[in-house]
Design a protein around this ligand. Structure first.
Ligand SMILES: Cc1cc2nc3c(=O)[nH]c(=O)nc-3n(C[C@H](O)[C@H](O)[C@H](O)COP(=O)(O)OP(=O)(O)OC[C@H]3O[C@@H](n4cnc5c(N)ncnc54)[C@H](O)[C@@H]3O)c2cc1C
Length: 381
């Protein structure tokens, strides 16, 4: 019996690991080089149940809870990071916002499709003028009869080029600040929505990102998620879960890099000995192993608390901050330990190094995670 994970999740861990190694990893290089994910890979991940893992069965999910989701995401990190990014943007963010905010009619209409990837979702919060300060967003939703008219723009929206369904945050009254923000579900074919071209990125090749433009886009009030003015709370609650997933992915990515470093340190010989006999190689490996262990426990703790119904804003922010900063250090050390080969596209380490850079930026930068943690601690001062 594992002291941290129940047997059921250890089985899940093993089956996802095997699926990743046999079905996804062989596609990794092609995805990177073509900057595109084959639709069959998305369908395979859906068939494996990976889109609905963390959602309750009565919502169309697999019922493994947030802990099960994080355990699986850690294994999904053992291949091209863009593959999980599709799940994270679709079920992870778009699906969670609908799940968290409701009402049941929207949950019933969209979750079964999002959690089986029959539909792909996207989460539109960030704007050209409102990234870290998402509460200052400027997209408006004007009341009009029995619906709303949305005008504005979103930027860097994961999955936008391939999405069928968008969660869009807009304000019903800019003067109310974040208390005016309201969330909507917008379908792709609706008049007034334009999706920009796929953005060229440093890494995460295969995962798509684009701008959204709304010009007099009409949505019926039945497409509103939750109550008017509660959108920012829904956005933050969704990000609590998103950040745990990101932290879990960072742990898995760092673990795989560590294993590659250990193997290379044992087999690469210089000066007549394996390079691993040198303390200069041993120390970053020891630090990585120690910090990965700590980060993993932080992720599991946050997820287990979420499954018990606790609010995990601070724990999720801590796990994301710690795990993603750690991944940056491990990715850098991995390139260094692999020497010139670490810089070559022939090996996946170079890709992992570039992919690692995004974790400290999206779903709130490291600076914003510190702000969230500190504001929780200093709330009464
Ligand atoms: C590949 C990719 C995918 C993305 N996917 C999505 C998505 O699906 N949906 C979505 O809504 N958004 C998405 N984003 C947007 C992402 O969440 C934002 O880029 C991120 O929150 C940072 O916002 P910004 O880029 O505007 O940076 P800015 O907010 O302009 O920040 C610039 C710098 O200033 C720092 N800073 C800002 N304010 C403070 C402060 N108060 N204290 C200290 N430092 C501060 C930041 O930490 C950062 O270092 C994505 C971004 C990328 C790159």
């Amino acid at each position: 019996m594992n002291p941290v994970l129940p047997d059921e999740l250890l089985m899940l861990q093993r089956s996802v690991r095997e699926f990743v190694e046999t079905r996804l990893e062989p596609l990794s290089r092609e995805i990177e080089e073509r900057d595109a994910i084959p639709r069959t890979a998305i369908d395979d991940m859906a068939e494996m149940g990976l889109f609905g893992l963390g959602f309750a069965e009565d919502r169309g999910g697999q019922g493994f809870g947030k802990l099960g989701y994080c355990v699986a995401v850690e294994q999904l990190a053992r291949t091209n990071a863009s593959l999980w990014n599709v799940i994270g943007g679709s079920a992870g963010l778009c699906g969670t916002a609908i799940d968290v905010g409701g009402p049941d009619a929207l949950r019933g209409r969209y979750l079964p499709d999002l959690l089986t990837a029959r539909k792909i979702g996207a989460y539109g919060l960030s704007e050209p003028g409102a990234g870290s300060d998402a509460g200052g967003l400027q997209t408006t939703a004007r009341r009009d009869g029995d619906g709303y008219v949305i005008d504005g723009a979103k930027t860097f929206i994961t999955n936008a080029p391939i999405a069928d369904v968008f969660v869009v945050f807009a304000t019903v009254d800019r003067a109310l600040g974040s208390k005016g923000i309201t969330a909507f579900v917008v379908e792709r074919d609706v008049h007034g929505l334009e999706v920009g071209p796929n953005d060229a990125k440093m890494g995460l090749h295969g995962s798509t990102t684009a701008q959204l433009f709304f010009r007099e886009l009409r949505v019926p009030a039945t497409q509103r998620i939750g109550e008017e003015g509660k959108g920012f709370q829904i956005a933050l609650r969704t990000l609590d879960y998103g950040r745990m997933g990101l932290a879990a992915h960072a742990v898995g990515a760092a673990q795989r890099l560590l294993e590659a470093c250990v193997a290379h340190a044992k087999t690469r010989a210089q000066f007549g000995k394996p390079i691993g006999v040198n303390q200069a190689i041993q120390w970053p490996i020891a630090d990585a192993a120690t910090e990965i262990h700590a980060a993993r426990l932080m992720v599991y703790d946050a997820a287990a608390r979420a499954d018990r119904g606790e609010r995990v804003t601070d724990r999720a922010a801590m796990a994301k901050l710690f795990a993603t900063e750690l991944l940056g250090r491990v990715a850098d050390a991995a390139v260094q330990i692999h020497g010139g080969m670490g810089y070559m596209k022939e090996l996946w380490i170079e890709r992992a190094y570039r992919d690692a850079r995004i974790y400290r930026i999206y779903e709130g930068t490291s600076e914003i995670q510190r702000l969230v943690i500190a504001s929780g601690l200093l709330a009464d001062t």
